[in-house]
Unconditional design. Structure first.
Length: 211
């Protein structure tokens, strides 16, 4: 016969409280993440409305090709000068150009490379770079490369690329960003006769890859 004074047995379902605690923690963490994203989004919107950042513009002009000949199947002679105009249209942002390498390229071969002086560009200002590539370079061109160069000479146009490899920082008031490395690419054609830029108004707009 069962003892009437025996205390009733209790049943405990394990893991319910811990499961609830885990869900509450994840819910709180999700709310915090969403709040941070919203705050960052609002801050970026305010920054854009105040600063209104615009892309820096690069143009190529005043091209002068005084010499471009391949002799003895070994030596490329060249004399190429260009101007690169850099326009910062921003009212509040200054730009530190900490490193500038300007490469002149013909038919996927580097004709010359120059490192330009670093400088700080003020807001709403224009600066001009003037690399000049002159000399001769030993190049063992393939028959197809020689044929391509002779064909361009006969057609009266040489196709060049000028690439800028930059390391820059931005300054807004007392705030200076970390460095990043945009690449500027300028494709242009030069008349083989007078050595001047072919077509258009004497300038070429360059493409900028900011990343």
């Amino acid at each position: 016969m069962a003892d009437k004074n025996q205390p009733p047995q209790t049943y405990h379902r394990p893991g319910r409280r811990s499961s609830c605690g885990c869900c509450c923690f994840l819910s709180l963490l999700l709310k915090i993440i969403i709040s941070i994203i919203v705050i960052i989004g609002i801050a970026l919107l305010i920054f854009w409305l105040v600063v209104r950042p615009n892309r820096v513009k690069f143009h190529l002009s005043d091209v002068r090709l005084n010499e471009f000949n391949y002799t003895n199947n070994t030596t490329q002679h060249f004399d190429l000068a260009v101007n690169i105009t850099i326009r910062n249209p921003n009212r509040r942002i200054k730009i530190y150009y900490d490193a500038i390498e300007a490469r002149a390229v013909y038919d996927n071969r580097i004709v010359g490379s120059e490192f330009m002086p670093k400088f700080l560009q003020g807001h709403k200002s224009t600066n001009v770079l003037s690399p000049h590539y002159k000399g001769n370079k030993t190049m063992l061109l393939t028959p197809s490369e020689v044929e391509f160069q002779n064909k361009e000479k006969a057609n009266g146009l040489y196709s060049f690329n000028l690439d800028l490899y930059l390391r820059v920082r931005l300054r807004l008031g007392d705030i200076v960003t970390g460095s990043f490395k945009p690449v500027v690419k300028c494709d242009f054609k030069v008349n083989s006769g007078d050595g001047r830029l072919a077509g258009g108004d004497g300038t070429v707009k360059c493409d900028v890859d900011y990343f």
